[in-house]
Every structure is written in structure tokens, then in C-alpha cells.
Design a protein around this ligand. Structure first.
Ligand code: PMP
Length: 379
């Protein structure tokens, strides 16, 4: 590489990341690869399900490859509206609004529901998209310690702003633990605040037949609860959604910048998500199968029983975690490796995600490889 004065800082920062074990290379999947997947978010194993592929193909043929424009111009097909209705019905919400990703749904919803006259209270363990959303909102932000309901009470009770919005993931993406949703909702109700819950890792896994943690704890359809979701994990597609009271939907249609200025979700992604929802309705046992598989992975790796599809095996040092992940991959098992800044310093880890559809042979390989590799990594 030729030296260039304007790029020298990139050489310096890249060298620092490499020395700290924090350089990342995308893992490239190649045709014919037989690696067992314990890293993706395709928890229910639906990404190649015939119903999902048929939904994607039919929508692609009917509407074309791209949405052709933003949602308010040409990017809304009848299929987008059907998906919004079906998603809302599935989780028990009043209405739905589809975005081009879960990230865009969070940015759009939080920025549109926040604002200078609103306080936003955000859990310290929240997803990066919620953190970025806070920055976009121009609200005053209070970050509360992870799952600390008393800190939320304090922030709401001492605010000067008329409005308030409390943000949390339902299932936290790196540790796989759950938010105290009922307690948070009680507090929000008492203090006139909206509760926004990111169900990216909850839908498909928690709740009856995968209807999510909000549904499981009895908060579905509450007008002061706003759910955001992704179509890219259990729903095996791509895209995001806000599932909420109709008044929230109307406000977002009129004001959410990632809804108004972003091209609509591609029709094939819409059709695929509708196909996945159909499978979830007809095969509700898939959600429980994910949790059973997660419990098995936790026993195997000696970590606490998981409450979601995410099993986090903390190894501490980023070099050790990266080396263990590479050893697993060399032996045919793809596991996630999370290092700072995705997780706090000193907590680099293997992040295993359970899958509802592993074969017996795949399970046997996973058992053998994880047992060996972790014995080495922990020695
Ligand atoms: N929220 C959470 C908790 C997530 O884990 C993710 C995906 N990593 C997102 C939002 C973003 O969703 P998407 O990938 O659809 O943009």
C-alpha cells in the first residue's frame, strides 16, 4: 500500500486495533460450505424454508426486485400493507409500520418520538441502534445502569421535560438476558412515559409461538408500549418494523425520517417475512425448540441457563476469544466472536446462537468441537 498523508491516521488506528486483537474480517460463506451455523440470527432455521422462499419469489415476480421509491411515493405495495397488518396481529399490536431494517426502525421511531421537549431514558445495555437513535433525537438522554428500574424511576421523577420515552431491548443482544418489562411499564405508566421495547431477539423465541416477550408478559396492545422488531432474525428475511398504537403509526408516517427518506423495503424481503410468519403460525413449537437447544448449549459450555437463543461464553481476552472461534470454524462449527466495542473490555466472548433445526449429526459435531475448544481456551 502506498503511504498517503491523508490516510496515515488510518494506518495508525488499524495497527493499534490489530495489536489489541480487535481487527475484524467478515467471515465469507462460500457455496457448498457445510459449516454448522451457531452464529447467525436465523434462530428458527427458516431462511431456506420453502414457504419463505416461495413468499420471496412470488413477491419478486409480482413487484420486481426493488421497491422503486420511498414509502410515501412509490415504495409501498399492497404486500407491504399486508405484512404490516400480519405482523401487528401476530404480536397483538394495534398497527404496524415496516422499515428497511430494524436499525432504521429504531432510529426513526426514537427520533420521532423524542425531541427537545422529551427526556429519553435508555438502558446501558441497549443495542447500538438505540444508542445512535438517542443521539439523533436531540432529547436529553439519561443512560441508566443495566436493568436498574429504580434508576429509571429517579430519572422520570426528577425530569423537567413534559414528555418522556424509556428505551430497552426485551432480550439483550450480547448477554441474552431479559428486561424487567412489567416493572418498567408500571413505572412508565405512573410517570406518563412511553415505553419502547426492541424485540429484535424476542420475536420468534419468547412468548406463545414466538410472539415476543411483550406478549408473554401481557403487555401486547398496551397503547403506551411501542415495539420495534427486525425481520432479519427469526423472520429469516431483512427489514424492520414498529408495532404500536395507530396514533404512533400515524406520527411516524408523517415524521420519521428513516421512513420518509429511505427507499421502501424490497418486495422479496416483504414476501419472505410473510412466508416466515405463516410458518410461525402453523409450527408454533419452533420457538420452544430454540430455547431447548439454547439450554443444551449452556449445559455443554458450563454457562448459566439462557433465557433466549443467545448463549454467551465469556473468555475475557480478545485474542483467546478470536482464537477459540477460529478453532471452532476450522472444525466445522461457526460461532460468533464478540469483542470490544460490541461488548465491554475484558468480556470478549464466544456468542452462540441456538437453532431450532439442527440435525443429530450436527448436534454431535457441536458437542465434540465446543467441548474440546473450550477446554483449550480455559486451560
Ligand atoms: N436491535 C437489536 C437488539 C439487534 O440485535 C439488531 C440487529 N443486530 C437490530 C436492532 C438491528 O436490526 P437490523 O439488523 O434489522 O437492522
Amino acid at each position: 500500500m502506498t503511504a498517503h498523508p491523508a490516510l496515515a491516521w488510518l494506518d495508525d488506528t488499524a495497527a493499534a486495533r490489530r495489536a489489541a486483537g480487535l481487527h475484524r474480517d467478515p467471515v465469507v460463506r462460500t457455496p457448498g460450505s457445510t459449516v454448522v451455523d451457531l452464529a447467525s440470527n436465523d434462530y428458527l432455521g427458516l431462511t431456506r424454508h420453502p414457504e419463505v422462499l416461495a413468499g420471496a419469489t412470488a413477491a419478486l415476480r409480482r413487484w420486481g426486485a426493488g421497491a422503486t421509491g420511498s414509502r410515501l411515493v412509490t415504495g409501498t405495495t399492497a404486500e407491504h400493507e399486508l405484512l404490516e397488518r400480519e405482523l401487528a396481529d401476530f404480536v397483538g399490536a394495534d398497527s404496524g409500520l415496516v422499515f428497511s431494517s430494524g436499525y432504521a426502525a429504531n432510529l426513526g421511531a426514537v427520533a420521532a418520538l423524542g425531541g427537545k421537549d422529551a427526556l429519553i431514558v435508555s438502558d446501558a445495555g441497549g443495542h447500538a441502534s438505540l444508542v445512535d437513535a438517542c443521539r439523533l433525537s436531540r432529547s436529553r438522554i439519561v443512560v441508566t445502569p443495566h436493568n436498574d428500574v429504580d434508576a429509571v424511576v429517579h430519572a422520570l421523577a426528577t425530569r423537567t421535560e413534559a414528555r418522556a420515552l424509556v428505551l430497552t431491548d426485551s432480550v439483550f443482544s450480547t448477554d441474552g438476558d431479559l428486561a424487567p418489562l412489567r416493572a418498567l411499564h408500571r413505572v412508565c405508566r405512573a410517570h406518563g412515559a412511553l415505553l419502547l421495547v426492541d424485540e429484535a431477539h424476542g420475536v420468534g423465541v419468547r412468548g406463545a409461538g414466538g410472539r415476543g416477550l411483550v406478549h408473554e408478559v401481557g403487555l401486547a396492545g398496551e397503547p403506551d408500549v411501542v415495539v420495534t422488531a427486525t425481520l432479519s432474525k427469526s423472520l429469516a428475511s431483512q427489514g424492520g418494523a414498529v408495532l404500536a398504537d395507530g396514533r404512533v403509526r400515524e406520527h411516524l408516517v408523517d415524521t420519521a425520517r428513516t421512513f420518509i427518506f429511505d427507499t421502501g423495503l424490497a418486495p422479496a424481503a416483504v414476501g419472505a417475512a410473510r412466508g416466515a410468519l405463516k410458518v410461525l403460525r402453523t409450527e408454533p413449537a419452533r420457538a420452544a425448540a430454540v430455547l431447548e437447544q439454547a439450554a443444551h448449549l449452556a449445559r455443554l459450555t458450563g454457562v448459566e441457563a439462557p433465557l433466549s437463543a443467545v448463549v454467551s461464553v465469556i473468555l475475557g481476552d480478545p485474542h483467546v476469544a478470536a482464537d477459540a472461534a477460529a478453532r471452532c470454524r476450522d472444525r466445522g462449527v461457526h460461532v460468533g466472536c464478540f469483542r470490544p466495542p460490541s461488548v465491554p473490555a475484558g468480556t470478549s466472548r464466544l456468542r452462540l446462537t441456538a437453532r431450532a433445526n439442527l440435525t443429530d449429526d450436527e448436534r454431535a459435531l457441536v458437542d465434540e468441537v465446543l467441548t474440546d475448544v473450550l477446554a483449550g481456551a480455559r486451560a
